[in-house]
Design a protein around this ligand. Structure first.
Ligand code: SAM
Length: 153
C-alpha cells in the first residue's frame, strides 16, 4: 500500500523541515554525491516530483520518494517517469538504506526494482551503508560513458 498523504501533512505541520535538510551534513553530502554522479554538467529540463509539472525531461530525480509507494503505484511512477524521459534522458534515484519502519518497502528493494526495469540501464552507482545513488539512462538511449562523450575513450 502507498503511504497515506496525511502522514506527510502531519510531518510538515509539526516541522518546517522534518528531515533536517537545511542543517544535516548527511543531507548536504548525499546531495553532493548525487550531483557528482550525474554524467552531464548541465541539463536543459529536469524534474523532481513535488516541484512542478512538465513535458519532456532530460533529467528526472527520484530522491527518497519511491519507498513510499505500493507495488501498483511504484510500477505506474516508473512507467510514467521512463515515458517522460527524452530518448537521451537520464534518471537519478537516491534512497536511504537503513530500516524505515512503516514504509511499504526498503531503499535496497527500490534499487533492486530499478535494476530490473526493462526501460532503464544503469550508468553509474554509489553505495555506502547509509544510502544508494544510481543514475540510469533509457534503454536504447545514449549509453556512452562520460569519457566516451568527451572523446577521450
Ligand atoms: C524524505 S523526503 C525527501 C525529500 C527530497 N526528495 C530529498 O531527497 O532530499 C520525502 C518527500 O516525499 C514526499 N512524498 C511522499 N509521497 C509522495 C507522493 N505520493 N506524492 C508526492 N510527494 C510525496 C514527501 O512529502 C516528502 O517531501
Amino acid at each position: 500500500m502507498t503511504m497515506d498523504p496525511g502522514y506527510f501533512r502531519g510531518l510538515y505541520k509539526s516541522s518546517d523541515d522534518p528531515w533536517g535538510m537545511a542543517e544535516r551534513w548527511y543531507e548536504a553530502r548525499k546531495y553532493a554525491v548525487s550531483v557528482a554522479l550525474l554524467p552531464r554538467e548541465r541539463y536543459a529540463s529536469a524534474f523532481e516530483p513535488g516541484c512542478s509539472v512538465g513535458e519532456s525531461f532530460d533529467l528526472i530525480v527520484l530522491s527518497e520518494v519511491l519507498y513510499y509507494f505500493g507495488d501498483a503505484d511504484l510500477d505506474a511512477v516508473l512507467r510514467l517517469s521512463v515515458g517522460a524521459l527524452r530518448p537521451d534522458g537520464q534518471l537519478l534515484a537516491v534512497h536511504w538504506r537503513h530500516e524505515a519502519p512503516g514504509y511499504p518497502r526498503t531503499g535496497d528493494s527500490v534499487h533492486g526494482t530499478l535494476a530490473g526495469h526493462v526501460g532503464l540501464v544503469c550508468l553509474g552507482r554509489y553505495r555506502d551503508p547509509d544510502f544508494t545513488a544510481e543514475v540510469y539512462a533509457r534503454a536504447g538511449g545514449d549509453l556512452r560513458s562520460v569519457a566516451q562523450v568527451e572523446g577521450i575513450a
